[in-house]
Design a protein around this ligand. Sequence first.
Ligand SMILES: *Cc1c(COP(=O)(O)O)cnc(C)c1O
Length: 384
Amino acid sequence: MSWQQRITTALEQRHAADGWRQRHVTDENHTRLLTVEGKRYRHFSSNDYLGLSQHPAVIAGWQRGAQQAGAGAGASGHVTGFNRLHADLEAQLADWLGYRRALLFISGFAANQAVIHLLAEKTDRILADKLAHASLLDAASHSPAQLRRFSHNAAESLAARLAIPCEGETLVVTEGIFSMDGDSAPLQAIAEQTRCAQGWLLVDDAHGIGVVGEQGRGSCWQQGVKPELLIVTFGKGFGVSGAALLCDEATADYFLQFSRHLIYSTAMPPAQACALQAALAQVQQGDALRQRLSANIQRFRAGAASLPWQLMGSESAIQPLIVGENAQAMALSRRLAEAGCWVSAIRPPTVPPGTARLRITLTAAHQPEDIDVLLEALHDAAGQ
Ligand SMILES: *Cc1c(COP(=O)(O)O)cnc(C)c1O
């Protein structure tokens, strides 16, 4: 098949499966409200769980950083791109999360690629939760190590895989809060199994950091677990962008010496590091925001319990409603849009076939009234 045929066929199949992915140009995206093509919606598809992307202190942090250090880093961190603003942020993150070191990456996707790419060698194995994020599973399947997936959140399934001998090292990979289901991993049980097998545990806490645990320290802190490798990302609860790896001294040095993702890539803008310091301060003193988010989650769940679609057992800001087929999920999403609520439908391959869903996300920025309007629109749609 030629490139041209391959592209045409793939696009046709996407369309036929009701799987076409559409980007929407948003003119205003203020966590709670979204404007698309001149129409304003209540916004239930943002990962900006605490509303920090709009926080004056975070915006001022970015402006201050830009005034101090310019618009961009100008080079890889290994050349001259590593600014005082980056160094201070790394130190603050390590201190806050109880690790010796933190290393910044430009995104969570890049961090996961970098970590797995550098660590996993030919005789090793990676045991990943079946529902782990694409950035983790892609990195693992492209690595020379063997990839095996264990049943979602099932420590027994992990134990069965760990019982099979492996010549090299074992890396166990999971998430704090799962991005499409909103449920939390049983981290204590997973860490215990991993420790018994002398493996290392990598936890990607993209959706937990800032949002759960004391001072927003995330899922691991909340569950009393300290993985060898902790990935936190800043595009969600922190309201900005970027990521960090938390680890011990020698591992951080190993990454600085050998990680091509760090060596051959421009450092994040120092202004962004400055914004992230401001976001970190808001996260640390963010109990009121977390309480508001939690009240919104309770309000939504109480009102959604009688809907005909399966509401997952999630206690997090991610509240998926499982609809089933792609076309139905798309139709429900469109109906909600007509009622003024923006909720994205998530379809395979992002989620397993037959589990197309509305991924409803709640934030601290929502007012009780927003949630009531969404619930009313859902109940109306269910009554049709
Ligand atoms: C969003 C997400 C990422 C990607 O992080 P970015 O900073 O957006 O690249 C990685 N892992 C998980 C679990 C995520 O949900």
